[in-house]
Design a protein around this ligand. Structure first.
Ligand code: CAA
Length: 382
């Protein structure tokens, strides 16, 4: 196993994220969840702390940190508020990363700087009504017309969709070519022809915004094409590799919150004249939760470290997300069980943890998709 002696800088970032999360996020998380309120003020402060473009070099408006620091910070943010976690994860992993890696100097100047510094918010538009797990099946079209591409189609389940300023949009420029006919575009939300056609109401992560976005004859300047025609599917897949590290970190944050709430409760609550923590049935649950969380954390750090070393990390990120998301759901379920009837009430936070945890098994590739990705690599099919 790799050596995870964190640097002083990494530990400082973790500390700063924890302070912010405990002092500025945790208190209002339940109310924002209840009211489906986007955490505008909190995201602004996260941007001031450098959390919205953590891995982007400073010259492009980011904090210039590594993926390990990002994992540590995102766990802390998500532990307090998983909605803030996904807002941060999407902006960092799905938007800034791809622009930094593949954007032209002009694209970086115009779009990456405001996104990485958190002055603007980004979204990643791959999923469609008929293209979820089967992401190749893109129906949104981008037809070249002189100096422009004209976009038509609908994108679904878009995190940050309603509030984003900049959209990274996958669309097909040549459907006969399948994945090699998909291209990626930078689209400003204010371009004519872009509309938020639906705001979704969700089971969990309710204070993050999820929207359907429609493009109707939206003219996008040709210089907003990322790299070249046909690069969009690979771009999306590579981007999602990094995204899955982010969602694994979010899941671990939720799992840690579930464990912490349980540890507090079992030391306060008595049954049969004993504290709950004195029962071996409860101790075993806590031991399993702790062990699984540590394992998920190590898998995620392993993927992050590989990414930081510039090595291929597709399988490692998929394993981290697959395992961490299951741990998040299991930990939240156990936390509710430990709390008994109280766990089922809104008076305690654990019911929110379960609602928030479930999505980590679905977005950025379902657990079934992660298994496909892992199996292909194990079988050396890719
Ligand atoms: N890195 C680089 N290239 C990759 C890649 C990767 N990780 N994965 C695939 N590719 C390339 C392949 O090499 C192939 O390239 P060639 O044409 O040059 O050979 C091309 O992409 C097509 O790949 P596949 O043949 O593997 O395509 P497939 O149809 O079998 O699908 C899949 C692969 C893994 C199932 C993919 O469709 C997938 O990941 N689906 C899930 C999509 C997903 O995660 N959606 C999440 C939406 S975003 C979201 O949730 C964000 C949010 O708001 C929180």
């Amino acid at each position: 196993m790799v050596d995870f002696d964190f640097t002083e800088e990494q530990l400082m970032i973790k500390e700063a994220a924890r302070d912010f999360a405990e002092n500025e996020l945790a208190g209002g998380a339940a109310e924002r969840d209840e009211k489906e309120q986007f955490p505008f003020e909190q995201v602004k402060k996260m941007a001031e702390l450098g959390f919205m473009g953590m891995m982007v070099p400073q010259e492009h408006g980011g904090a210039g940190l590594d993926t390990v620091s990002y994992v540590l910070a995102l766990e802390e943010i998500s532990k307090a508020d998983a909605s803030a976690g996904v807002i941060m994860s999407v902006n960092n992993s799905l938007v800034c990363w791809g622009l930094e890696k593949f954007g032209s100097p002009a694209q970086k100047d115009k779009y990456l700087k405001p996104l990485a510094s958190g002055k603007q918010l980004g979204a990643f538009l791959l999923s469609e009504p008929e293209a979820g797990s089967d992401a190749v099946n893109q129906r949104t079209t981008a037809a070249r017309d002189g100096e422009f591409y004209v976009l038509n189609g609908t994108k679904n389940f878009i995190t940050n969709g309603a509030n984003a300023d900049v959209l990274l949009v996958m669309a097909t420029t040549d459907r006969t070519k399948g994945p090699r006919g998909v291209s990626a575009f930078i689209v400003e939300k204010k371009f004519p022809g872009v509309s938020v056609s639906k705001k979704e109401h969700k089971l969990g992560i309710r204070s993050s915004d999820t929207a359907q976005i429609t493009f109707q004859d939206c003219r996008v300047p040709k210089e907003n094409l990322i790299k070249e025609e046909g690069f969009g599917f690979k771009f999306a897949m590579m981007t999602l590799d990094g995204g899955r590290i982010g969602i694994a970190s979010q899941a671990i944050g939720i799992a840690r919150a579930s464990l912490d709430a349980s540890l507090k409760y079992v030391k306060e609550r008595k049954a049969f004249e004993k504290f709950l923590h004195e029962f071996q049935a409860i101790q075993f649950k806590l031991a399993d939760m702790h062990t699984n969380i540590e394992a998920a954390h190590l898998l995620t750090l392993n993927a992050a470290l590989k990414k930081d070393k510039g090595e291929r990390f597709t399988k490692e990120a998929a394993m981290a997300k697959l395992f961490a998301s299951r741990v998040a759901v299991d930990s939240a379920l156990e936390a509710i069980q430990i709390h008994g009837g109280y766990g089922y009430l809104k008076d305690f936070p654990v019911e929110r943890y379960l609602r928030d945890a479930k999505i980590t098994e679905i977005y950025e590739g379902t657990s079934e998709i992660q298994r496909i990705v892992i199996a292909r690599e194990v079988l050396e099919l890719k």
